[in-house]
Design a protein around this ligand. Structure first.
Ligand code: 16G
Ligand code: MG
Length: 584
């Protein structure tokens, strides 16, 4: 093992806290905080809005991932999201509200925008409705009326200050959309900071840091280097004295994760962690998320084309904005093995439960939150082997996040690789004040403390989650195959069905059962009953105009058959459009 250099956190490199590190190519102009003192007037807003008219005949919806669509349709949305952000900040006495411009794993020509609340969480649900109505206001009069209604309903004092922090990913449409957003923020007389090119979780981190600065609850230094230092210090502490693992291939989906991972590794030190970054072509047109990234690997359950990963290698993929992570390897017989969000949840829960016990703070109870997409065998492993409470909620980060807050330590992951671990205020207090009675206890307490810094508690974060997995594997000196031994996934299959109206699909029981169309669930149940360990459910997508069918069963053949029989049922009985789902 190479000798370790002593670790000194980087200090703030320049008076501008948001300056990118020197060796990262400057894709966008350096950022500055702009203080604006002008008044909030409808006149200013209407004048500026004239440059950002709403396209006719389009109905916009603030969905599970904010607004997301072809970038060419987003101009008016960006302007109006800027207005909502300003009002939200004023409503919350000038707390910083985040705006992230990204379309995650979608194709490069798409873009999107979502708002981040003061603690780095997703926008409160009641405000999603305001964002939707404002986005759909057909003309200036309707725009002003909607703003007035939001202001009145929320008793907003428009003379209060407001502060916005925004960031964007590597999409070519980013700069033009930033300009539309800024037009709105300036017209509304708000202060703002351009946080520059960032991963989605870095923006969430920045928002929480700015809002908690100088309080007992301070989350960290609100800079990019502050983020790297926090993660690096924690990681180095957890793996100290442990043998370094072999290099990890990381497919960054040709997105923002590539330069940011490079930064992070540099701060941690290559003597501590070694990665081979692949798919880092952020300047190449059409490359983003194309035949690579976490969504490609998870959906297709295969290596990205051109991957050089072979048996014995360790590999992982991020998505385009670096808030999803999946791991994988190739078995000795050449079989591709995926370690998805469910596997990460199992590994994290196991490790944290062991540490809690070793630290002698067993009053802290760990729980896991999943969605209906969690593999049946992962749920069995959690409940029967780890004996940890598991809740199942609807798809979408906000649902998982809120449920996880109910536990002392809430581990939440979607099977697609998005997730994190939340520590309650009481759990944090217990961990911070615990005193070990033995050297082993003292070490375990210190490690738990480091974990609370290592894990991005605002939102799922591919960089932070990767360090969490690497820390656990280093600790145990486990290969990916050893981690994979916890349980074997049931074969599973996802099929998309296009229907005339997906909104007729209404579900209950955390999306596991259909209430409407009437009778369809009984037909699905009858099919499922014919398969060993069969399970299937149907729900309308929140991000695409389609219905998704999920199925799992004891064997690959049974799974495929079940998935397609359910898909055919949906197509035939609930207004299928186009070609009937074909078995492949
Ligand atoms: C969004 C959600 C993700 C969910 C996915 C489901 C957030 C930030 N993202 O990407 O959690 O898994 O939608 O997509 O909430 P679907 O509704 O199209 O199946
Ligand atoms: Mg994403």
């Amino acid at each position: 093992m190479a000798a370790r250099r002593p670790f000194t956190p980087f200090t703030k490199p320049s008076p501008d806290p948001f300056r990118p590190l020197p060796h990262i190519p400057l894709l966008y102009p350096p950022s500055r905080t702009i203080q604006i003192m002008s008044a909030f007037t409808f006149e200013n807003i209407v004048t500026a809005s004239a440059l950002h008219p709403k396209p006719q005949n389009i109905q916009f919806t603030y969905g599970t991932a904010g607004f997301r669509m072809k970038a060419s349709l987003l101009d008016s949305i960006m302007f109006r999201v800027g207005l909502i952000a300003v009002l939200r900040s004023k409503k919350l006495d000038g707390s910083v509200i985040g705006v992230m411009i990204t379309a995650s794993h979608n194709p490069e020509e798409d873009n999107g925008v979502k708002l981040v609340d003061p603690r780095g969480e997703m926008l409160e649900q009641s405000w999603e409705v305001y964002a939707t109505s404002l986005a759909n206001a057909p003309n200036d009069d309707a725009l002003v009326e909607t703003l007035e209604r939001i202001i009145a309903q929320n008793k907003i004092d428009v003379n209060k200050p407001s502060n916005i922090l925004y960031a964007y990913d590597t999409r070519p449409s980013g700069p033009a959309l930033v300009a539309s957003l800024e037009d709105a923020i300036k017209a509304a007389g708000s202060s703002y900071t351009n946080f520059g090119l960032k991963t989605t979780p870095q923006l969430h981190y920045g928002v929480r840091c700015l809002n908690t600065q100088g309080t007992n609850d301070a989350y960290g230094e609100p800079t990019e280097i502050g983020y790297y230092n926090k993660l690096a210090t924690a990681f180095r502490q957890i793996v100290s004295d442990k043998q370094r693992l072999s290099p990890l291939y990381v497919d960054c989906a040709n997105g923002v994760g590539a330069p940011k991972l490079r930064e992070l590794i540099e701060v941690i030190g290559e003597d501590i962690i070694s990665v081979n970054i692949v798919n880092d072509k952020i300047g190449v047109e059409g490359a983003l998320n194309h035949n690579c990234g976490a969504d490609y690997v998870k959906t297709g359950q295969r290596l990205p084309p051109g991957s050089t990963v072979t048996s014995g290698d360790r590999a992982a993929s991020f998505d385009g904005d670096a808030d999803r992570l999946v791991y994988y390897y190739v078995d000795t017989d050449g079989t591709f093995r995926l370690l998805d969000g469910d596997k990460i949840a199992g590994l994290s829960a196991m490790f944290i439960m062991d540490l809690v016990q070793a630290a002698g703070v067993d009053s802290i109870k760990v729980g896991v939150v999943q969605t209906a997409y969690a593999n049946g065998n992962s749920t069995t492993y959690l409940t029967k082997v780890l004996k940890v409470p598991v809740s199942c909620v609807s798809t979408g980060v906000k649902h998982l996040h809120h449920e996880a807050e109910k536990y002392d330590v809430g581990v939440y992951f979607e099977a697609n690789g998005h997730g994190t671990v939340l520590f309650s205020a009481e759990a944090l207090q217990t961990i911070r004040t615990a005193k070990g009675r033995t050297p082993a206890q003292t070490t375990a307490i210190a490690q738990l403390r480091a974990l609370t810094d290592l894990i991005n508690q605002t939102v799922g974060d591919a960089l932070s989650d990767m360090l969490l997995v690497e820390a656990i594997l280093t600790h145990r000196q486990w290969s990916l195959k050893e981690w994979d031994q916890a349980y074997t996934d049931l074969p599973n299959r996802l099929v998309k069905v296009v229907v005339a109206n997906r909104h007729i699909f209404k579900t209950t029981n955390a999306e596991r059962q259909l209430v409407e169309p009437a009778g369809l669930q009984a037909d699905i149940d009858a099919l499922v009953a014919k398969y060993t360990s069969g399970r299937s459910f149907v729900r309308a997508s929140g991000t695409e105009d389609a219905v998704r069918v999920y199925a799992e069963a004891a064997t690959r053949a049974e799974t495929d058959e079940l998935a397609f029989r359910v898909a055919e049922l949906v197509f035939d009985k609930a207004g299928g459009v186009g070609t009937r789902p074909a078995r492949v």
